[in-house]
Design a binder for this molecule. Structure first.
Ligand code: ZN
Length: 63
């Protein structure tokens, strides 16, 4: 992704000129979504473990 240095508009594909007339762009590296998805996976796993423990506790209660 490319962000205009003047108006901060983000372009997915490289363009020669921004809408504001600027031709200098900075490359934006997307790392946030990866960290977010990794966090989500850890969150889901912890929830599954929690639900398994809860299910086991309920089963013991009923036996
Ligand atoms: Zn611009």
């Amino acid at each position: 992704m490319y962000r205009c240095k003047i108006c901060r508009k983000v372009y997915v594909a490289p363009v020669k000129y921004c809408d504001c007339g600027n031709d200098e762009f900075e490359v934006v590296v997307q790392q946030q979504p990866k960290q977010a998805s990794l966090y989500n996976i850890q969150n889901i796993i912890s929830w599954i473990i929690f639900l398994l423990c809860l299910t086991a506790a309920v089963l013991v209660w009923f036996i």
